[in-house]
Design a protein around this ligand. Structure first.
Ligand SMILES: NC(=O)c1ccc[n+]([C@@H]2O[C@H](COP(=O)([O-])OP(=O)(O)OC[C@H]3O[C@@H](n4cnc5c(N)ncnc54)[C@H](OP(=O)(O)O)[C@@H]3O)[C@@H](O)[C@H]2O)c1
Length: 296
């Protein structure tokens, strides 16, 4: 809920201008909140007809945003995943132009996949990344490129992103959905309100010269797929879909889905919430799913 984020966040300074590369699910929410807090915001999508597109940026076509959009940008967010070759599309196409901007803050949305499998253990920012999946190896390469760019970048490592319109509620509503049960397996999550809220908080800390390079954005309660599905079904007043043991379900999973189940870790938010003082809007999946349910 944008109101809660706006209430707990500082306004941008006058003449703040934000550019968001990849105005998808998270990007649009960050844009909406930033506008409410006084920033001028420009969001890219790959086609201008898509909702919320202020300009086109598509690595396949190498479209470069008009100079008037790049001029005077003070804040930048990149939500675009790595290319298949492991290169970051924004840095590859616009790297030199970005360095000319009067940037005060830049955020790169990454994934906690860079930590690799930890057999259910906690992962913290100080842990050395051990990515095993090809996409996480590419992601780590992009993190490193952003950190080496010379821009005032913070790497934001995200677990499963959810929010209104994209949550377990949609999975329950689907016909023929099944619940995969893998005892001991948990997933961490973050609601889009807390992605936007945490970004506003991190931006406000620049004036205090607090700018850690890498921050996990996760809620307080890693939980199993079964627990979350049970709660979502209860909210919807629907019967729980059939539960299927992982070993059987795995045989029918896409390689991408399977790769998520092959890694098990809990994402610590101690740096964000304790050291940096951010208050989560949705500390657990129950709070977050209730919000998704009420926003339907
Ligand atoms: N979804 C998750 O659970 C999750 C978890 C951890 C981390 N992440 C990462 O966090 C970031 C934000 O996630 P999200 O779920 O908000 O992403 P999303 O909704 O999929 O949005 C991704 C954005 O990137 C743009 N994009 C993709 N490939 C592009 C390319 N080659 N050139 C130009 N633009 C391109 C898309 O353009 P269009 O708008 O035209 O489609 C879209 O605006 C992504 O990097 C994602 O990989 C996601």
């Amino acid at each position: 809920m944008i109101e809660k984020i706006v209430k707990q966040s500082d306004h941008f300074l006058p003449n703040s201008k934000m550019i968001i590369f990849g105005g998808g699910f998270s990007g649009q929410h960050i844009a909406a909140v930033s506008r409410r807090l006084g920033a001028q915001v420009f969001c890219s999508r790959r086609r201008i007809e898509k909702p919320g597109a202020d300009f086109v940026f598509d690595s396949e076509r190498e479209d470069v945003p008009p100079q008037k959009i790049l001029d005077g940008v003070t804040h930048l967010v990149s939500c675009i995943p790595p290319l298949e070759n492991g290169i970051d599309p924004v840095l590859q196409i616009l790297g030199d132009k970005l360095k000319e901007m009067p940037l005060k803050w830049a955020g790169y949305l990454s994934t906690t996949g860079v930590y690799g499998n930890r057999n259910g253990g906690w992962v913290r920012e100080k842990d050395i990344p051990k990515p095993k999946q090809a996409r996480s190896i590419r992601r780590l390469a992009c993190e490193e490129a952003w950190l080496a760019s010379g821009m005032p970048v913070q790497i934001l490592r995200l677990p499963g992103i959810y929010g209104p319109g994209r949550s377990t509620l949609e999975a329950i509503k689907k016909k023929n959905s099944k619940i995969v049960d893998k005892p001991g397996q948990v997933f961490s999550r973050i609601h889009i309100d807390d992605i936007a809220g945490a970004i506003m908080h991190l931006i406000s800390l620049i004036s205090k010269d607090i700018h850690p390079k890498i921050i996990n954005l996760a809620d307080d309660l890693p939980a199993s797929n079964l627990e979350v599905m049970e709660y979502a079904a209860k909210l919807l007043g629907q019967n729980l879909p059939p539960v299927e043991k992982f070993d059987l379900a795995a045989k029918k999973m896409s390689p991408m889905a399977l790769s998520f189940w092959q890694e098990n870790r809990k994402v610590s938010n101690q740096v964000l919430c304790n050291d940096l003082g951010y208050s989560l809007i949705h500390p657990d999946y129950k709070s977050g799913l209730k919000d998704c349910f009420l926003s339907q």
